[in-house]
Design a protein around this ligand. Structure first.
Ligand SMILES: Cc1cc2nc3c(=O)[nH]c(=O)nc-3n(C[C@H](O)[C@H](O)[C@H](O)COP(=O)(O)OP(=O)(O)OC[C@H]3O[C@@H](n4cnc5c(N)ncnc54)[C@H](O)[C@@H]3O)c2cc1C
Length: 386
């Protein structure tokens, strides 16, 4: 498949070279065990690819979100998966934008170098679902500490992270002026928290994603680890979500290209009834349609990233990019599996694994219905339904 407009060609080339060291066998073995790709994450970190969003003054490369999308797209196009590492790129944004000078100095250079892993982002709760204002994990102030009790679910990479950005309530919803007030962001040091008020329980899922449930039982977090102002955490978290959605959309573009590359190659090679299956338009057209859909989604991802890097509002574009890209990658996954016939189901082709992996993105980090609701009410001005 031909790229429409390959931005950051040198970065792409370097990422492809790195990924070639982590072929399908590597990912299949981890997938079977649901094991974390430590060596891959280490290689990305050492190459500096996870610190492209961190400013140079803190040891990153200040390259911006456009470069970060190029990294993750190539990771996924190569058959690898960025899910184990991508949070190291953007979760630090909450410290960068809202942390104190002392917090930035203490954490950002060490996150940039990889000495500190900031891979965990704790928002979702079983009782709240997508309605984040209903979270009930509560941090009560006791002297120099916040004491946290409650529960989180689907918190990925918690076992492989030194720090976690945690959203919790510091004022109960009913006592806050607005439902979005009264939430705060704490930086939790996982190295001391586990066993001292924090318990992590892994959740086995249909894909290898190192996701977990967290139980907080009077976990003490120093007040010095509060990011920004108490009670304003919801707004800080929302800022970071645009970056997350654009980066996930780039992963979907990479997945889509992986599926289209594989499907078109197989359609040319596989001969049935005395000719290549790709000579049949019934096989060609779905792949061509996937290419058309993915190319359009790619333009929206580029637009959202350009707006983000220019410091303009990009919430709607980030949402639309994520929706279009996740639907295009899923459609391409389905076509690719169909094109491969029985072999699409064979582990060694890596298609069934990528098929499972790319399905996630229509649910997380935000589900398609919630994006449509945002567009309907915020962009088109239709009445709110909830
Ligand atoms: C593998 C995995 C990794 C994850 N990693 C993280 C992580 O690291 N950190 C974190 O905080 N969270 C994480 N999540 C959580 C993820 O962000 C949520 O699963 C996602 O936002 C959907 O929320 P929910 O599961 O609570 O679904 P719910 O909110 O229960 O919704 C269920 C379904 O109902 C639909 N729905 C709900 N309300 C409406 C409505 N008003 N109108 C129309 N449709 C509606 C939704 O679209 C969805 O399809 C992860 C999830 C998974 C599966």
């Amino acid at each position: 498949m031909q790229d429409f407009s390959p931005s950051f060609p040198e970065i792409r080339e370097a990422v492809r070279k790195l990924c070639a060291r982590f072929p399908g066998e590597y990912w299949r073995a981890l997938d079977r065990e649901r094991a974390y790709p430590t060596a891959f994450v280490q290689a990305l970190t050492e190459a500096g690819f996870l610190s492209v969003l961190i400013p140079e003054e803190y040891g990153g490369s200040s390259l911006g979100l456009g470069a970060a999308t190029a990294v993750l797209e190539e990771v996924h196009r190569s058959g690898c998966n960025g899910g184990a590492s991508h949070a190291q790129m953007y979760t630090m944004g909450v410290i960068l934008r809202h942390g104190s000078p002392a917090q930035k100095e203490a954490y950002l250079p060490r996150i940039a170098s990889g000495d500190l892993r900031l891979q965990a982002f704790g928002v979702t709760e079983p009782g709240a679902g997508t309605d984040t204002t209903r979270i009930s994990t509560f941090a009560r102030r006791e002297g120099d500490s916040f004491v946290v009790s409650g529960q989180k679910i689907w918190i990925s990479r918690a076992e492989h992270s030194d720090l976690m950005v945690l959203l919790c309530r510091t004022t109960a919803r009913e006592d806050a002026a607005k439902p979005t007030d009264g939430m705060s962001v704490l930086l939790v040091d996982m190295r001391t928290a586990v066993g001292n008020g924090l318990t992590i329980r892994p959740i086995r899922t249909m894909l290898n994603h190192a996701t977990t449930e967290l139980f907080f039982d009077n976990l003490a977090v120093p007040v010095a680890n509060l990011i920004g102002e108490e009670g304003k955490g919801f707004r800080y978290i929302l800022d970071g979500m645009n970056a997350e959605r654009i980066l996930i959309a780039a992963e979907c573009i990479g997945d889509g290209k992986f599926f289209i590359d594989r499907a078109s190659a197989y359609a040319k090679d596989r001969h049935v009834f005395g000719r290549a299956i790709g000579e049949n338009q019934g096989v060609q057209f779905p792949i061509a349609r996937n290419h058309v859909q993915l190319s359009a989604a790619e333009l929206m991802v580029e637009r959202a990233a350009a707006l983000f890097d220019a410091g303009h509002p990009c919430g709607s574009e980030a949402n639309m990019a994520k929706m279009l890209a996740s639907e295009a990658s899923w459609a391409a996954a389905d076509t690719c599996l169909q094109t491969h016939g029985g072999f699409g189901f064979a582990e060694e082709f890596d298609i069934e694994r990528k098929f499972r992996e790319t399905r996630l993105y229509q649910v997380a980090p935000i589900s398609t219905n919630l994006i449509l609701s945002h567009v309907a009410t915020h962009v088109l001005g239709m009445p709110k339904s909830f």
